[in-house]
Design a protein around this ligand. Structure first.
Ligand code: TA6
Length: 295
């Protein structure tokens, strides 16, 4: 049974026969799959171009992650330490979430609440009793709040990321501000620990950086599309910047060979040094708020 839906919101069958929430209001259009609680589209009416990037080659099938939009990585980021058989980036993005509620807010935005508990978290790899809640507010801005609750008597430790794929005109021309001075693990260079010396991060090759101990907002400037995208966050001490460039794009079956210039991932995370420990009977919430303005 699904909750009653307000005007401008329908629950239908999307690609791959997967359940999809389609949102079409006077302030934004959006699409969210229950598979992975995966937001695939959010486009404010003010924006002629999509804000979230989606691969034309993405799979839409149970058990497989969707390529693009905002995948939720949990309870580990990247490969699972000591268990190469476990799915990369965890199991939340390949699990089927419950739709708990959808409401229309006074400002016209749509509020969506989803949940998942360890009973339905599809994996032998997750042994803890836990509950996940995900709340999105879709309007002129996009807000996402990911909450992990530990109903048990022992602490649980996890990593998580809102692995946001942003659409850009040409990734070779964009710059990212907000990470100056932050330490990062360079995954293109054996995860060596480095410091972001320059004020701006630019993309001139395969880039895969996990910035740690940073709570700063980041701002992407995209001269080709004439816009700035700002990502503000709370409850997050890591940020990830990723572009696969040429070779890695070719190596991924669900990513088009020539799609890499049109996207960049700016992820809101807690990973590596910043893994989170939630005490018994407590919760942790990580939020990201994305806004777009003309540059
Ligand atoms: O967030 C960057 C990253 O961890 C990269 O290392 C790259 O593998 C990317 O995620 C995509 O991972 P996926 O499992 O979705 O192919």
């Amino acid at each position: 049974m699904h909750p009653r839906l307000p005007s401008g919101v329908v629950l239908d069958t999307g690609r791959g026969g997967l359940g999809r929430l389609a949102i079409d209001t006077d302030i934004c259009a959006a699409e969210l799959y229950l598979h992975g609680a995966h937001l695939c589209r959010w486009q404010p009416r003010s924006q002629p171009h999509p804000v979230l990037w989606m691969s034309e080659a993405s799979r839409f099938e149970s058990g497989a992650p969707i390529r693009g939009g905002v995948p939720i990585c949990f309870p580990w980021f990247g490969p699972k330490a000591g268990d190469p058989s476990a799915p990369v980036h965890g199991v939340a993005r390949i699990s089927s979430w419950n739709l708990d509620g959808v409401t229309r807010e006074a400002d016209g935005s749509v509020n969506v609440r989803l949940s998942l508990d360890s009973g339905t978290l599809a994996s032998p790899h997750v042994l803890h009793d836990l509950r996940l809640a995900y709340e999105l507010r879709l309007g002129r801005d996009l807000s996402m709040a990911f909450t992990v609750t530990n109903p048990g008597d022992a602490p649980i430790t996890f990593e998580a990321a809102l692995h946001t794929y942003l659409a850009v005109g040409d990734v070779r021309q964009v710059s990212v501000a907000g990470l100056e001075g932050a330490a990062y693990l360079d995954k293109v260079d054996g995860a060596r620990r480095k410091i972001q010396a320059d004020a701006l991060v630019t993309i001139g090759g395969e880039t895969d950086r996990l910035y740690v101990d940073t709570e700063a907002a980041v701002t992407l400037t995209d001269p080709s599309l004439g816009r700035r995208i700002r990502v503000e966050k709370t409850g997050s001490r890591s940020s990830v910047v990723w572009n696969p460039w040429v070779a890695k794009s070719k190596a991924m079956p669900d990513f088009g060979d020539d799609e890499w210039p049109g996207m960049i991932c700016l992820e809101t995370a807690n990973a590596a040094d910043n893994a989170v420990t939630v005490p018994p009977h407590a919760s942790h919430t990580m939020t990201a708020t994305i806004s777009v303005e003309a540059s």
